[in-house]
Design a protein around this ligand. Structure first.
Ligand code: SAH
Length: 487
């Protein structure tokens, strides 16, 4: 009696997905235009020996022929041309030729693809995300190239570019891992630990030497139960707008166990961290440090030693007035592995969103970043170096000391009417910009009630805002109108 429990798979897929080994195999492409060139390139990248049949070639194919990478038969297609080929692609602009290529290939039982014609093709070519040696192939069964492209860009952003390096690591230690773990289950667990753990993180972060050492250590030592080392990611969260985060920042936030953040990090950005991640506010509001720097440093070391993936999220860029250097010195001293993810610094974000280029061939050949942080009521800066023509000065933490900064710049030789702008909450919908001159700006800013975080930009480039201002999010709401005055 037939076993009624056997489930006969339904033929519900239009195509069989497979990867062909074409290294050294002969392939024929019929057609000599740019579309053919595309297909030729794809075949060549898989190692096929390609012959192109076409009376004429486009520039790209001519070049490949000249350097000997390609064989060219300068003629019209004849069915006999396909004998011996293991793969055939028709990419001419003549439907009749494409059709005869397809039927000749089918008669010879050679897999054939006709560009943009799945009905004539015995195989179709997927959209490929390349993370060599990993390839991710997408097919919509020819239904929608637009959808395939969309999916592709989604996956492109989600899979780190360095993902293929994990496969390279696995390859390098394949034999050694087999020796160490003859049992296939144990081996699988070992590799899961590598890929999902700190070693995988090191590879993705680009610290391959540490990863190699770590795998060697694990493979040579007896199985140990001690907790694996964690890792700290010092991440620049940018000036505030979530979509100005780097892809890398987003990725590490999404696998964090703990996020330590300070007040410059907006809630919208914090929301992007992994839902389960513990969030710890470590403060750093001006004059109101929620946690002393040393405590932040030792907390990061402690969490990492517990095996956690710690994301230290900072506003802007961690290495620009962010004490990032100090924080990772402590990590390095405690042998905690770390990665630094740069972010868009406030000056760059504020310049862009206020329509003020920080350099410009006509107005400023250099740009200096300084902090206007007050210490005992004064600001210790190299004023003569700042008060220079054809230079932009971007002042961080410049609200409280605004009057002092503007006064000192005038005192050291900058004209009183040098344009200056104060940009509050740059890049956010709440952004406000006050422009004026070194003389007028402090008063205007005070009247407007400008508060941190705000960035001061001084220099002729500020004039360009009149022409280049483009960002007006928040204009629809009932916000304050912009305050603006010329000296
Ligand atoms: N590491 C940060 C700077 C930290 S210092 C970076 O690279 O941007 C803090 C100062 O940065 C603030 O006082 C302010 O001057 C500036 N800042 C940060 N975010 C800002 C924003 N969205 N708009 C204006 N200024 C900002």
């Amino acid at each position: 009696m037939a076993n009624t429990k056997t489930r006969v798979p339904a033929a519900d897929r239009e195509y069989f997905a497979a990867f062909l080994d074409l290294r050294g195999k002969p392939g024929v492409v019929v057609g000599g235009g740019p579309i053919a060139a595309n297909k030729v390139e794809t075949l060549m990248r898989s190692g096929a020996r390609v012959t192109v049949i076409a009376p004429e070639l486009c520039a790209q194919l001519t070049e490949l022929t000249l350097v000997g990478a390609l064989r060219h038969e300068p003629k019209r297609f004849q069915p006999g041309d396909l004998v011996g080929a293991e793969i055939v692609i028709a990419a001419t602009d003549d439907p009749a030729i494409n059709e005869s290529v397809a039927s000749a290939a089918r008669a010879l039982k050679i897999p054939v693809n006709v560009a943009d014609n799945s009905a004539l093709s015995s195989f179709i070519m997927p959209s490929v995300i390349d993370r060599a040696p990993i390839q991710i192939a997408i097919s919509t069964a020819g239904a929608s190239p637009v959808l395939a492209r969309k999916l592709r860009s989604l996956i492109e952003t989600m899979v780190p570019f360095t993902y293929g390096r994990l496969a390279a690591l696995a390859k390098r230690f394949r034999a050694a891992s087999k020796n160490r773990y003859p049992d296939i289950e144990a081996r699988r667990r070992f590799w899961e630990g590598v890929v999902d753990g700190p070693i995988g993180d090191m590879v993705l972060a680009g610290d391959e030497s540490s990863a190699i050492k770590a795998v060697e250590r694990e493979l040579s030592s007896a199985p140990q139960s001690e907790t694996p080392a964690g890792m700290v990611y010092l991440v620049g969260g940018g000036p505030g707008r979530p979509d100005l985060l780097t892809l890398r920042a987003l990725r590490v936030m999404q696998f964090a166990n703990v996020v330590l953040y300070d007040h410059l990090v907006s809630p919208a950005i914090l929301d992007l961290a992994r839902r389960e991640a513990e969030r710890i506010y470590v403060g750093k509001e001006r004059d109101r440090h929620a946690l002393p720097q040393q405590d932040i440093n030792s907390l990061m070391v402690k969490l990492a030693k517990e095996g956690k993936r710690v994301v230290r999220l900072k506003g802007g860029d961690p290495f620009v007035f962010g004490r990032g250097g100090e924080e990772i010195e402590t990590l390095a001293a405690n042998a905690v592995p770390f990665e630094v993810v740069p972010g868009i610094t406030a000056a760059v974000g504020a310049g862009a969103y206020a329509g003020i280029p920080l350099t410009h061939r006509d107005y400023a050949q250099s740009c200096v970043l300084v902090t206007g942080h007050l210490k005992d009521g004064s600001i210790d800066l190299d004023w003569p170096a700042l008060a220079r023509a054809r230079q932009t000065v971007a002042v961080y933490m410049g609200v409280k000391g605004l009057g002092i900064v503007c006064g000192k710049l005038i005192e050291h030789g900058l004209p009183e009417d040098t344009p200056a702008a104060l940009i509050e909450q740059a890049t956010l919908p709440e952004q406000r910009v006050v422009t004026g001159s070194l003389r007028s700006l402090p008063g205007l800013a005070e009247r407007a009630g400008m508060k941190p975080p705000a960035l001061l930009i001084v220099g002729e480039v500020v004039r360009l805002r009149d022409k280049l201002a483009w960002y007006s999010a928040g204009a629809i709401g009932a916000g304050e109108p912009e305050i603006k005055a010329r000296a």
